[in-house]
Design a binder for this molecule. Structure first.
Ligand SMILES: [Zn+2]
Length: 88
């Protein structure tokens, strides 16, 4: 298999036509991240005790991320946030 040398392509083609397929912006940290390393359309909510019956009922305090990078996602999980549903 031959390797593609991107350096022979003009900069504007790389920037406007190739990069958007490879990178996207994380809705949480605003950093440019590789497209494969993200979770899309996810609703997160802070975990409360399981005896709190309202946990899956009220959505007013949930956070929605169109695109969230793995680093932010793991950080949310480590700070008591859980994915509650996927957007469509
Ligand atoms: Zn992020």
């Amino acid at each position: 298999m031959s390797k593609i040398n991107l350096n022979v392509l003009p900069n504007h083609i790389i920037k406007h036509m190739i990069k958007p397929y490879i990178y996207c912006k994380c809705s949480c940290c605003n950093k440019e991240v590789v497209n494969n390393d993200i979770t899309t359309k996810i609703y997160m909510k802070e975990y409360k005790t399981i005896f709190d019956d309202d946990f899956y009922v009220y959505y007013h305090d949930m956070e929605y991320y169109e695109k969230i990078c793995n680093e932010c996602y793991v950080n949310k999980l480590n700070h008591n946030m859980f994915p509650i549903k996927k957007g469509t």
